[in-house]
Write a new protein. Structure first.
Length: 336
């Protein structure tokens, strides 16, 4: 049986680092790539932790399919989904559950998939994609989306509370000209456009406050490069610049921070910035980023608990679990 020492040797880190990663120690300073490598080596070596979380006794080792709407390279560009996946993998290791990873379901032949006990689907999916998954197992838990809630379990966050809470904070500290920088996503091979909840909640809440300005809204992709480009365009457009921006992801916000700096302005003196997700690098930006903290790893862990409950206890009534968020105030915001 593989040991922590075996994993440490392959990963090129200390045994203590491996132990802290596998126990999901959030105080450990280690890159997401190294964290991912440690989990993947643990899975490859079939590592079994000495203490398992007692979710239920089963007669055989369970196998689940982990379906990700992103490719592996896309996941690296958006650590939000990587953190959810790592939370799922951690929980599966602790419960001796085997995982089959499936990236981009349209490119995967589900007919070749051996028997699985259920699926956890991360992201957003078309009806056709859901049908392919459902044909293999009726035990499905969705994370970060909630299709057919009367039928499937899901784990989501309350975007309305998260966004309105961030905007109310900016309002309370004196900002009246608040902008938005975000992205939009598509699903499936036909690139079907998705609505973006953060954008729609921003618009409705700012309209309710009587302060919505269409010129302050900039839409691109959920990438740092997009945030950099959109913020530069906003500042150099010659029009009025908001005193604060709510930005739909920390990755976009990191690009925006650089753009502000290159334009000769300062955060938060000239422009306040709030991000979304609280990825690990957010506390190390200059200045440290105020952001909406999403408990991403816990979302993944909760999805595993729901699926095991479905499989072991044969629950047939669906559950929707809403994970709370919290505004993490740092130095990228200040009173007007």
């Amino acid at each position: 049986m593989a040991t922590i020492k075996d994993i440490a040797k392959q990963a090129g880190v200390s045994s203590a680092t491996v132990s802290r990663v596998l126990n999901y120690d959030e105080t450990l300073s280690v890159s997401e790539d190294k964290r991912k490598l440690i989990f993947e080596i643990a899975e490859e070596l079939d590592y079994m932790p000495p203490r398992k979380r007692n979710v239920g006794k089963v007669a055989k080792k369970l196998k689940i399919g982990l379906v990700h709407w992103y490719t592996m390279s896309q996941e690296l560009d958006d650590p939000y989904y990587m953190s959810i996946r790592l939370g799922i993998e951690k929980m599966c290791y602790e419960n001796d559950v085997e995982i089959v990873k499936i990236f981009k379901p349209d490119e995967y032949d589900f007919q070749k998939l051996e028997s699985v006990d259920g699926f956890i689907a991360i992201g957003k999916f078309t009806d056709s994609q859901i049908s392919k998954i459902y044909d293999r197992s009726q035990n499905i838990v969705f994370v970060d989306s909630s299709p057919m809630e009367e039928k499937f379990d899901c784990v989501v966050i309350d975007f309305e509370k998260a966004v309105t809470g961030a905007l109310d904070y900016l309002w309370e500290i004196g900002h009246r000209k608040i902008g938005y920088i975000g992205g939009r996503e598509t699903i499936g091979p036909d690139h079907i456009a998705l609505g973006e909840r953060r954008e729609s909640v921003f618009k409705s809440h700012m309209m309710a406050l009587g302060a919505y300005n269409e010129a302050f809204v900039h839409i691109g992709a959920f990438l740092a490069e997009s945030g950099y480009r959109l913020m530069k365009q906003a500042i150099q457009s010659g029009g009025e610049t908001p005193t604060a921006y709510f930005i739909a992801s920390d990755s976009i916000a990191i690009g925006a921070l650089r753009a502000v700096h290159e334009c000769g302005l300062k955060v938060p003196k000239d422009i306040n910035i709030i991000g979304f997700n609280d990825i690990p690098t957010s506390k190390y930006t200059v200045p440290p980023l105020t952001t909406v903290r999403v408990h991403k790893e816990f979302m993944g862990e909760t999805a595993v608990e729901l699926l095991l409950e479905r499989i072991i206890k044969r629950r047939d009534i669906s559950k929707k679990v809403i994970i709370p968020t919290a505004l993490q105030v740092r130095e990228s915001t200040c009173k007007v």
